[in-house]
Design a protein around this ligand. Structure first.
Ligand SMILES: Nc1ncnc2c1ncn2[C@@H]1O[C@H](COP(=O)(O)OP(=O)(O)OP(=O)(O)O)[C@@H](O)[C@H]1O
Length: 583
């Protein structure tokens, strides 16, 4: 039961459906035992001449009646068992998705997207198979084999039953043995398939890089290799199936042959009636299926168990960020931020990304962070958004330790523009109104104007309804960044974090956007992270980071006077700008 801990809620809710479905299935199995007996007695009655045409018609109607009942109950078990398994699939996939959404960025740093996709598709499908066809086949295999054998043994002929059943254990053993091989090969086919789709996906998204490096041929040859592996694995699978099914036919033919030979002898010497032999052979035919099903059931259940274990492992991984029970949300939120002696290490890292950070930002002020690449600028944003937890020190927002704040409420207050402007493959309007799809077009246009992207959008034939393609491929880098800024602004954030999100925008547009932001953010707090001094020179305070430590701080003019790394950077950038203009 421990294995099913994450499915418990579903199984309790749907136990009635499963019970009804299994009961209907057992009724069908039992009903199917009747026609062979009827056919047997018709045969005997015809042989002895004790039945006329109306008697045969009556039996015919009984058989039709049974067939109708079988059809009704079959519909009933299909709807209940297969239907519940389909609902389980959907329920579990949603549960997994919700869980994944709650995981920290750290979890995704170490889990491959392809693996998570495989869990969400193959594993959940394997679980569905166990709780749908698996339940049906297990019930069928048990009920049909026991009842059929009991009837053959007790109502027809025990000796003939033992003779005819002798080859069947070989069939069950064969199917189980080959089933294991099939399962192993099937896994390899799946792996080859995911290799193929990974390769296709990566090659398509990296097509520009492939083309610019003229690597089409090598990419094609890699693709052909992966494709060949996939075909070879499938061929091996086909070969096993090609061997297994004729062998099943062969073994069952031996059973039929024994039944005909021994049963025929018994009919000739009068110890068995012809009708019983006919019924016996029909029952024997019914037994072939459960013998084949045993192997399938074992394999399917093994796959299901392996998949449940993998899904359990993910669902057992607790999201690192769970609000304290006493987490609060201040009635009057003030966008005041302070870092008091904050140090931070990434979970899998030995080195500190930030050390003894001390700063505060008051409402309406702009804090800028500059520094070389890898100096820890983005890490400050990650801590404020609570993507990670700091190791030492205190971070306060609205004069409250952020560890005591409800983290989702805090994120609602923050407008965050990440370094890489990730857009979804929907329209520009939908991308901008991402935080609230109900927002009207006027509001979308309003923030697009602040982000200086409105003019570009209106020039597109479909305007705000332009579909941006996967990750926004149809937009330029600078356009993507500005759409991402508009997306953050539409939230009316109390705190705005721009993480180097103007790098692909020219200095004139940058100036325009910053001018607009100054107006919009005047009663709120902004943090601007940038490599470009032009983007931050008007900030109320600038922090210069080096290896996670603040080495210089002050306003632009104060920092220039210090003649340190900041001033050096500024001079170099001025020179670059001058050279650019001259060229
Ligand atoms: N998920 C992570 N796990 C481990 N180390 C990380 C992770 N993300 C960043 N780091 C490391 O932390 C340090 C600070 O990274 P951060 O991204 O904050 O720098 P940055 O100043 O924003 O750099 P850039 O200007 O290039 O964006 C770097 O040494 C980086 O290698």
């Amino acid at each position: 039961m421990y294995l099913l801990r994450h499915l418990k809620d579903f199984l309790i809710t749907y136990k009635r459906q499963y019970l009804l479905g299994v009961s209907a299935l057992i009724i069908v199995d039992l009903l199917q035992l009747i026609p062979p007996k009827i056919i047997g007695s018709i045969t005997d009655s015809i042989k002895s001449g004790s039945i006329d045409a109306s008697g045969i018609t009556l039996y015919g109607f009984i058989i039709i009646g049974i067939a109708c009942l079988v059809a009704i109950f079959r519909y009933f078990w299909r709807m209940n068992i297969i239907g519940s398994a389909r609902k389980l699939e959907c329920w579990l996939r949603n549960k997994l998705f919700i869980h994944l959404e709650d995981m920290t960025p750290e979890f995704f740093n170490y889990k491959k997207t392809g693996d998570l996709m495989a869990h969400a598709t193959n594993d959940i499908q394997a679980i569905r198979m166990s709780f749908g066809p698996g339940v049906i086949m297990t019930t069928d295999a048990i009920v049909i084999s026991i009842t059929t054998m009991v009837i053959m043994f007790s109502t027809i002929n025990p000796k003939l039953t033992i003779w005819a059943l002798l080859p069947l254990p070989f069939m069950a053993a064969l199917v189980t043995f080959l089933g294991k091989k099939i399962q192993k090969l099937y896994k390899q086919v799946q792996e080859a398939f995911s290799g193929l789709s990974d390769h296709t996906q990566e090659s398509i998204s990296g097509i520009r890089v492939i083309k610019s490096f003229v690597r089409e041929k090598s990419s094609l040859s890699n693709f052909e290799n992966t494709s060949e592996i996939y075909v070879n694995k499938n061929m091996k699978l086909a070969a096993i199936y090609g061997f297994m099914f004729p062998m099943i036919g062969f073994i069952s033919s031996i059973s039929f042959l024994i039944a005909l030979f021994q049963g025929g002898k018994m009919v000739i010497n009068g110890s068995l009636s012809l009708g019983d032999l006919v019924a016996f052979i029909t029952y024997l035919g019914m037994l072939i299926w459960p013998m084949m099903a045993i192997g399938w059931v074992i394999n399917s259940m093994q796959r299901g168990i392996a998949s449940i274990k993998r899904i359990n492992e993910i669902l057992d991984t607790a999201p690192a960020l769970i609000d304290k029970e006493a987490a609060i949300w201040p009635e009057a939120f003030t966008p005041r931020i302070s870092f008091e002696n904050v140090s931070f290490k990434y979970p899998q890292s030995e080195n500190f990304a930030l050390r003894n950070l001390d700063f505060h930002i008051n409402k309406g002020k702009i804090l800028a962070i500059v520094g070389k690449t890898g100096s820890g600028k983005s890490s400050v944003a990650s801590l404020l958004l609570r993507f990670y937890s700091h190791s030492d020190g205190i971070i306060n927002v609205s004069d409250t330790n952020i560890e005591d704040l409800k983290h989702k409420k805090l994120r609602e207050k923050i407008g965050y523009v990440p370094q890489e402007a990730f857009l979804f493959s929907c329209s520009i309007h939908e991308n901008i109104a991402f935080s609230n799809p109900e927002l009207p077009r006027e509001r979308v246009i309003e923030v697009a104007k602040i982000a200086a992207i409105d003019e570009d959008i209106t020039e597109f034939p479909a305007g705000y309804d332009t579909i941006v393609g996967e990750k926004g491929v149809t937009l330029s880098g600078g356009q993507k960044q500005r759409v991402a800024i508009a997306r953050a602004l539409i939230k009316n954030p109390e705190i705005l974090i721009l993480d180097d999100c103007l790098s692909a925008v020219d200095t004139k547009t940058e100036e325009k956007i910053l001018g607009h932001l100054k107006e919009v953010m005047k009663d709120r707090t902004s943090i601007i992270i940038s490599h470009r001094i032009s983007a931050i020179k008007d900030a109320d305070e600038i922090l210069y980071l080096e290896d996670g430590v603040i080495t210089e701080r002050g306003t632009h003019s104060e920092l220039l006077v210090q003649k340190g790394a900041y001033e050096d950077l500024y001079r170099k950038q001025l020179l670059e700008e001058k050279l650019d203009k001259e060229v």
